[in-house]
Design a protein around this ligand. Structure first.
Ligand SMILES: O=C(O)CNC(=O)[C@H](CS)NC(=O)CCC(=O)C(=O)O
Length: 291
């Protein structure tokens, strides 16, 4: 089967390897119920549009406006907040990527920033704890110190799914290409997920370029769901939720200049991953194979 896939051209259709995926854009607020209502509505609309896998941005379920607010709400993955999202996946027969959930951490004052993958039966298939924390003085904006309330993860995670082998990351991870190299070359990821809440300032400067670079240099699909617009008096996110194919072409997007809540749809085709890789076999041409 692998040889067959390699022989196929860009335009050939392989039903088994194709799937309709969606990328959400939203403006989460400091209200669990309000955010759940938005996620639930979008999931049902996406299901009606034939989407089988829907990707939500970081802090989809809650964004705090005061220091330490989200740590107090942090729950384990089998707690009531995540259970609601599991039921939603089950009711809609939809795989969900829920990036940036406040998972209960190692102590009362720290959470993990966790990307949770739920299958169409509502089961948590896998989870990834954000490795790179955003301790950054954003030029002309504010100083972020994510590590004050968040403990970093230490484990690279891939998940096999009907949409290929998924590599799980979160937001600021995007700036560390070695993680994506590891996902592609060590763990054979085919689709990279980057749920985010990029700042307006850094998003304008870097977001699309970083995402397209990751897609091109790993020859993977990239699905990046983004928070957009004003969450509260202090926080504003860039938006521009995007799906990129393994050639680096943007195939779906919710533009940053229209900060609407919604989703964009693309049909991903894993034979394209194979076609790009077999014509340009960078995995065989690498000289620095330490990663
Ligand atoms: O704190 C929360 O509420 C949830 N976490 C986030 O929003 C995180 C840490 S503050 N944001 C980022 O990583 C932005 C990265 C970014 O903007 C860049 O790399 O330029």
């Amino acid at each position: 089967a692998a040889v067959l896939r390699r022989a196929m051209s860009f335009s050939s259709v392989s039903a088994a390897s194709q799937a309709r995926v969606g990328v959400v854009q939203m403006t989460s607020v400091g209200d669990l119920d309000a955010n759940y209502a938005t996620c639930s509505r979008l999931t049902k609309e996406a299901a009606a549009a034939g989407v089988k896998f829907l990707c939500f941005p970081e802090v989809f379920s809650f964004i705090g406006s005061k220091d330490g607010e989200s740590v107090k709400l942090a729950e384990p993955l089998d707690g009531p907040i995540m259970q609601r999202y599991c039921s939603l996946a089950n009711e809609s027969s939809m795989w969900l990527s829920l990036g940036g959930f406040q998972e209960r951490g190692p102590d009362d004052s720290h959470q993990y920033n966790t990307h949770v993958l739920i299958d169409e039966s509502g089961k948590v298939r896998s989870s990834y704890r954000k490795i790179h924390l955003f301790d950054v003085d954003v030029p002309g904006n504010m100083v972020y110190k994510e590590s004050r309330f968040t403990t970093a993860g230490d484990t690279v995670v891939v998940v096999d799914s009907p949409f290929g082998r998924l590599g799980l990351t979160v937001c600021y991870d995007l700036r560390f290409p070695e993680l994506y190299q590891c996902l592609r070359f060590k763990h054979q990821a085919q689709v990279l997920l980057v749920p985010s809440a990029f700042t307006k300032v850094t998003g304008e400067a870097h977001w699309e370029i970083l995402l397209r670079a990751r897609a091109i240099e790993t020859q993977c699909y990239v699905i990046a769901a983004a928070q957009a617009g004003k969450h509260n008096e202090k926080r504003e996110s860039y938006g521009d939720s995007i799906i990129i194919d393994p050639w680096g072409t943007v195939i779906a997007r919710l533009p940053a200049d229209r900060l609407s809540t919604g989703f964009a749809v693309a049909d991903i085709d894993l034979s394209k991953v194979e076609a790009v890789r077999s014509k340009m076999p960078i995995s065989e041409h690498r000289k620095f194979e330490s990663i």
